[in-house]
Design a protein around this ligand. Structure first.
Ligand code: HPA
Ligand code: MG
Length: 228
């Protein structure tokens, strides 16, 4: 009989895998409530808000099972992660209800995208003092990893400049594209096809962050809001 308390059994009960959104999975935008101003700029919905909320609840449990009761700085990478971050911190707080050590939140702004392309440069703003992360366990909360370059540079900076002790990455989305550089993807909510998406915090030239669902942009939407 299987031992339900063995290490392997426990791991299989607690370890989740990301939900994989298939390449051809797209739902009509008019089956959902989307702001009227965006309707013609969107091709389809690929992850509705309700599914994100349910998945993040489970992800928070997984993170807590892995990290346990130790002091933790949860670092929001603005702007794209703001909604994922608030949902995750709410759910982590429930998962940590019996913890004796505090959870601290912090915010940093990273900018590397213009139009649908990475600029190749990472600009970081925020963190009022360099000492804030020194010798801390840091859970990085990021909206999306695609080339891996932004996360790679961020991890490098957090270790070398801010002297963080241990960093984990929690990602709302992992895009199925070849990485330019491999980065740790410790906790992933969804992996998605190679399409330019917006919503639930993610932008296209600063628009669409307020959209509740994760959507694929239409060609005309990409053209309409392009920075020339
Ligand atoms: N959408 C928005 N922001 C992004 C994306 C995307 O598909 N990939 C990397 N940053
Ligand atoms: Mg962005």
């Amino acid at each position: 009989m299987a031992d339900c308390c063995s290490k392997a059994a426990k791991e299989s009960m607690t370890k989740t895998t990301s939900i994989s959104i298939p390449d051809d999975y797209e739902m009509p935008t008019n089956s959902f409530i989307v702001p009227g101003c965006y309707r013609s700029d969107l091709k389809s919905v690929i992850i509705p808000e309700g599914l994100i909320r349910d998945r993040v609840k489970r992800l928070a449990q997984e993170i807590h099972d892995e990290i346990g009761d130790q002091p933790l700085v949860v670092l929001c990478i603005l702007k794209g992660s703001y909604r994922f971050f608030t949902a995750l911190v709410d759910d982590l707080t429930i998962a940590r209800h019996s913890c004796a050590t505090p959870l601290v939140v912090d915010f940093i702004r990273a900018k590397s995208y213009e139009n649908t392309e990475t600029t190749g440069e990472l600009q970081l703003f925020g963190l009022s003092s360099l000492g804030e992360l020194e010798n801390q366990n840091v859970l990085i909360v990021e909206d999306i990893v695609d080339s891996g370059l932004t996360m790679h540079r961020l991890l490098h900076t957090l270790h070398s400049k801010y002297k963080a002790k241990k960093c984990w990455t929690s990602l709302l989305l992992s895009k199925r594209v070849p990485r330019k550089i491999e980065v740790p993807e410790d906790f992933v909510a969804f992996d998605i096809p190679d399409k330019f998406i917006v919503g639930y915090g993610l932008d296209y030239n600063q628009k669409f962050r307020d959209l509740n669902h994760i959507c694929v942009m239409s060609e005309s939407g990409i053209e309409k809001y392009k920075n020339h």
